[in-house]
Design a binder for this molecule. Structure first.
Ligand code: LLP
Length: 443
């Protein structure tokens, strides 16, 4: 057990998260429900913030990649922890601003920012836009000129590093919708283009090589390629970049096939990237850049679990035993999208040894609506409270109303107590935007 550990089994044999009994939380808030341990989230934000400061001084900032889990409360926590955030849409930007997040610490990403998203970012005077298309450069230039301002911009470049992870979450191989490739010269061309713009202050580059990565070497390689490219731009275009954003991507534990990293291990990932920045900046005779890192999953992923109530159980002899829960792909689409693996625990009988292999199915009308396949559990009964671990990242943020299921609430746990940070949806929410044309109302 390490200091990031949030889960325990209490004297009643119940699972606890952040000191709160999950069976009690299930009674209090109903199921399905997403739970998040606030102390864990703060600890991880702090690990990144403090490691950067210790190893690199003030010339750096952590940005929480809020696509992993976005709601107003998480932006308040990030603001209190004195870190920045990255947003990838007008919706995330709006949420952060509504939460009172300081605009100057907001970076905006996305491979196809819409006109109104760029306008909103400029109006809010956010710290930086990470541009990923010629058309975005043009749009920023026009919108900034109209406002008589100069917008700080980074360019997303693609260092061509292949990280070993699921193809859908790999982003920096040559065939990617993200970034301008260093290798084929397009990163240089977009640099030259952006430098001509009067209302754009190009300060450097951003790269993000993928997600759920455990190999330090992939990050180090990306640093090397980016810095070598920065040196080339200094020679060829007389542009000395002063910012390098290294993206996110640190892996987390979902099942025992993944490494279980301690806070110190995450600090080590950062240390090796920072060491690489120093080494290559020196090698290529560049000044040390302002650096940014953008962890998302590793800040909130293991901080969260989802609680369900077990309903129908279907044993197909010789084939599979399906245990159906009151959630499913509408609140956790990751198995359906990536065949992601998860670890389940019976929260009300957490001490019991596993005796059977089951598959956990959701309630959507779709055979692919599965949460976990062939997982070991004690004999599961209808009414049990089932917990799925490591659901804090990319679960609530990817939830949807498929089959008109209600998106579950989010509960933040602190000192053994839970509080809503996202309230449960209601049926009124589900029909809120429906309209019936009057011709259909006739008769
Ligand atoms: N920065 C950028 C530009 C990104 O695109 C991402 C993730 C991050 C930072 C944060 O990466 P993290 O530290 O969370 O790995 N829905 C997928 C993950 C998609 C990741 C997208 N970009 C999943 O559920 O696995």
């Amino acid at each position: 057990m390490n200091e990031r550990e949030t889960l325990k089994i209490n004297a009643k044999g119940h699972l606890e998260l952040g000191g709160a009994d999950c069976v009690e939380l299930a009674k209090q808030f109903g199921t399905p429900v997403y739970l998040y341990d606030e102390a864990y989230i703060r600890r991880m934000m702090g690990v990144y913030r403090d490691t950067l400061q210790k190893e690199y001084g003030e010339n750096a900032m952590v940005l929480y990649a809020s696509k992993a889990f976005s709601c107003q409360a998480i932006y308040r926590i990030a603001a209190e922890e004195n870190i920045g955030i990255d947003v990838v849409s007008g919706g995330e930007l709006y949420t952060a601003l509504q939460a009172g997040f300081p605009a100057e610490r907001i970076y905006m990403h996305g491979n196809n920012k819409l006109d109104y998203e760029i306008e909103e970012a400029l109006d809010a005077q956010i710290g930086c836009i990470v541009a990923d298309a010629y058309s975005e450069i043009d749009k920023i230039e026009t919108a900034a000129a109209k406002r008589n301002m100069v917008q700080t911009v980074l360019l997303r470049i693609n260092p061509g590093v292949e990280a070993h992870t699921h193809a859908f979450v790999q982003t920096a191989t040559t065939d990617s919708k993200f970034g301008f490739s260093i290798a084929d010269g397009s990163a240089e061309q977009i640099t030259a283009y952006a430098l001509q713009k009067k209302h754009i202050r190009l300060v450097g580059y951003h790269c993000h090589i993928g997600s759920q990565i455990f190999e330090k070497q992939s990050f180090v390689l990306a640093v090397e390629k980016c810095i070598r490219f920065m040196a080339e731009m200094k020679d060829k275009l007389a542009f000395e970049a002063d910012t390098l954003n290294l993206g996110g991507g640190f892996g987390i534990w979902y099942t025992d096939e993944d490494k279980k990293l301690s806070a110190e291990n995450y600090a080590e990932y950062l240390q090796s990237s920072i060491a690489a920045v120093k080494e290559y900046a020196q090698k290529y005779a560049l000044k040390l850049p302002y650096i940014l890192v953008e962890p998302g999953r590793s800040i909130v992923g293991e901080a969260g679990i989802t609680l369900y109530t077990v309903g129908a159980i279907k044993d197909i002899p010789g084939v599979k035993k399906y245990v159906a829960i009151d959630g499913g792909m509408f609140e956790n689409p990751r198995y359906a999208l990536y065949q992601s693996k998860y670890t389940p625990i019976l929260a009300n009988r957490a001490n019991e040894e596993p005796t059977e292999i089951v598959s956990i199915a959701g309630k959507c009308c779709e055979s692919g609506d599965i949460i976990a396949v062939n997982v070991a559990l004690p004999e599961v009964k209808s009414g049990d409270v089932l917990a799925i671990l490591s659901t804090g990242a990319y679960n609530y943020s990817m939830a949807m109303n498929y089959n008109r299921n209600k998106i579950p609430p989010c509960v933040l746990v602190k000192d053994g107590k839970g509080e809503y940070i996202v309230r449960p949806q209601t049926y009124e929410d589900i029909v809120r935007n429906d309209c019936i044309p009057t011709r259909l109302l006739k008769k």
